[in-house]
Design a protein around this ligand. Structure first.
Ligand SMILES: Cc1cc2nc3c(=O)[nH]c(=O)nc-3n(C[C@H](O)[C@H](O)[C@H](O)COP(=O)(O)O)c2cc1C
Length: 197
């Protein structure tokens, strides 16, 4: 084993280790609407839930080189809402394209032909082709180094019949895509462990 103390590494080298070691990561494909009314869409793999029974989700956006917040974080803070769209294999390529850094007055929905569906509790639209959409209202944010970590309370879930079995979300039917280090993604290859206790 070799040791890599953080203080001896460049920022880039630390980032590479973190982004490879913390894998596979879920991807939150986050839609927001700006104060000006432009619908924004971008993927975030620094994303997870922090509470499930009273569901709270988080995503973390690093600042741009200019020091400004990315559109998604800015919109969530300014408008108090965001929608997380779950990424499965069918929408993975489209999701990847929406990571392009478009100016704030251009919508990734329109630029990349992503179909919208209206939300029921918040203003930002849902991605129509995502099998799960999670509508959230802004809860709080925390600034850590160059990042804005955004927390949201889940207001409602939209789940496609395609991944429901007898009314329950089926993990056999849900082919979520994960993010790995570098240019890599991963698709689901289920492994079931049988507990002896
Ligand atoms: C799969 C994937 C995951 C990403 N995860 C993050 C992330 O967790 N945090 C982040 O700041 N940027 C992340 N990015 C980059 C953003 O999607 C990209 O900077 C995007 O332009 C931000 O858009 P916005 O300015 O409209 O919010 C990711 C990109 C991809 C393709």
């Amino acid at each position: 084993m070799q040791e890599f103390p953080v203080r001896d590494l460049s920022a880039r080298a630390n980032s590479r280790i973190v982004k490879s070691a913390v894998t596979p990561r879920p991807i939150g494909w986050v839609s927001t609407t700006s104060v000006e009314g432009v619908d924004n869409l971008a993927p975030f793999s620094c994303y997870n839930y922090v509470s499930s029974e009273r569901p709270v989700l988080m995503f973390s956006a690093n600042a741009r080189d200019t020091g400004e917040r990315k559109d998604t974080a800015r919109n969530a803070l300014e408008t108090g809402a965001f929608v997380v769209n779950v990424v499965t294999e069918g929408v993975a390529e489209q999701m990847d394209r929406t990571s392009a850094d478009l100016p704030p007055d251009e919508s990734e929905f329109d630029a990349f032909g992503v179909e919208r569906a209206p939300s029921t509790h918040v203003t930002p639209p849902r991605v129509a082709d995502a099998v799960i959409n999670i509508e959230c209202t802004y809860r709080e944010s925390v600034e850590i180094h160059d990042r804005t970590v955004v927390f949201g309370d889940v207001e409602t879930f939209h789940v496609s019949e395609a991944v429901l079995v007898d009314g329950d979300l089926s993990m056999e039917a849900l082919d979520t895509v994960g993010r790995l280090g570098g240019p890599y993604y991963t698709s689901i290859d289920r492994m079931e462990l049988t507990r002896q206790f």
